[in-house]
Design a protein around this ligand. Sequence first.
Ligand code: NAD
Length: 506
Amino acid sequence: MDFLKELGILPQNPGVSTGAAWLPGGGEIVSFSPVDGQQIATVTATDAPAYEAVILTAAKAFEHWRTVPAPQRGEVVRQIGEALREKKQALGRLVSFEMGKSLQEGLGEVQEMIDICDFAVGLSRQLYGLTMHSERPQHRMYEQWHPLGIVGIISAFNFPVAVWSWNAMLAMVCGNVCVWKPSEKTPLSAVACQHIIAGVLQRNNVPEGVSCLINGGAETGRLLAADERVPLVSATGSTVMGRAVGITVAGRFGRSLLELGGNNAIIVSKNADLDMALIGSVFGAAGTAGQRCTTTRRLIIHEDVYDRFRDKLVHAYGQLRIGNPLDEANHVGPLIDKAAVDTYLRAIAACREQGGRFLVEGGVLEGQGYESGCYVKPCIAEVQPQFPVVQTETFAPILYLMKYSTLEEAVAMQNDVPQGLSSAIMTMDLREAEYFLSAAGSDCGIANVNIGTSGAEIGGAFGGEKETGGGRESGSDAWKAYMRRQTNTINYGTRLPLAQGIQFNL
Ligand code: NAD
């Protein structure tokens, strides 16, 4: 495992950092690989004194960082992108090994980090505000965007590094400082990122505190959520977590950016290219072992093509190779841990109890290559849309099939879940596609035509509605979430006219 050495990962790693410096912490987090079930290394957790030291250092750093011109901040981010390019292979391997996603996806995740760095560099010269015409003579009115301060970033295990970079690179060019709390299930990938950026920060004389790392579980995330010195908490994870964080942050009038669970569906029309629909559905449902927020969990299939498409799916599932994700011949790797396996088994049992009929059976794999106990079979069940299990996100490769007869019915089914992240329609019919994308169509943050639900490009704003939390990250104008808008009116005349023509004579 040379990649660990190349990334500076030791058997025991410090887990609290303010940039280049590492601080003592308390307690220990053990990172196990779901690939083979073995312990990879440990990371020190963040105790209360370490947390306090990080926040004080970050607050001090903000006083300087906000005064650095945005394009110069962009130059630092450009160099972070270069450093990531150099370590892409090693970091991609670690992500794959620690999280259990395929090597291609591990490398793809690092590529996303590089891409968001490039995006953020361009953005550093484009943090535009509008100029408005004042109703008063000899007045000028415009708006400008200022940084917020400390941005807390809480991330989930399934994208151990990319989600941090989506937030941190944008937040940093906007003039904020960041405190990252990664998932306690993937702490080493975060430690590796901190090592990669440390040299860049030092070479550019960036003060300690601009990009910080704290490690720990929910209790460490709660510190960020409750801390009035943290004006924005960007939290990615389950709806349960988002509800807790959102309420706490709102209670202190802070801002939260929530990226929570999805329950994503593809509508397969009778006018679909079924071969294309098949690839989108199988990759979307079984890829990453069903552990993407955008994983396809539901297929809503037109009655005219239902039997044909169902049979194609069942056949395709028979071809899936499950095993070590670092072996490129395998399509499906492990779930993150045994707790996730239990959740998968419980969902299968619940589905059966609620009346679901399995076309492809699930189960846990045993024997050589499956010693971690985390490898499960992707499965398919025929269900009714209102089953409680169908309304819930189970973070595992379970695909639910439903039948429809009219497009209106299909869209209603697709929308009738508490989550609203990603959605898709497979159709060659323009009317169907446009209806799906219209205001009467999909209610999700992401709606695709002839593309599956899974995966997204960094150029678009990423996020979803309803229980998915409403946040938007990454491309488009998502940067505005990391800044505060200020409206400025300047009077360059010799009188003080009031707005709305109000007279106030002394
Ligand atoms: P999780 O909610 O268990 O944990 C996510 C993060 O939140 C971790 O860092 C965890 O320590 C922290 N946390 C947990 N409870 C907390 C609390 N009360 N206060 C503060 N922090 C807390 O999620 P997970 O199992 O790591 O990830 C899977 C979930 O994440 C799925 O629901 C998936 O859909 C979602 N997800 C969403 C997106 C998105 O962009 N919408 C992206 C990735 C993952």
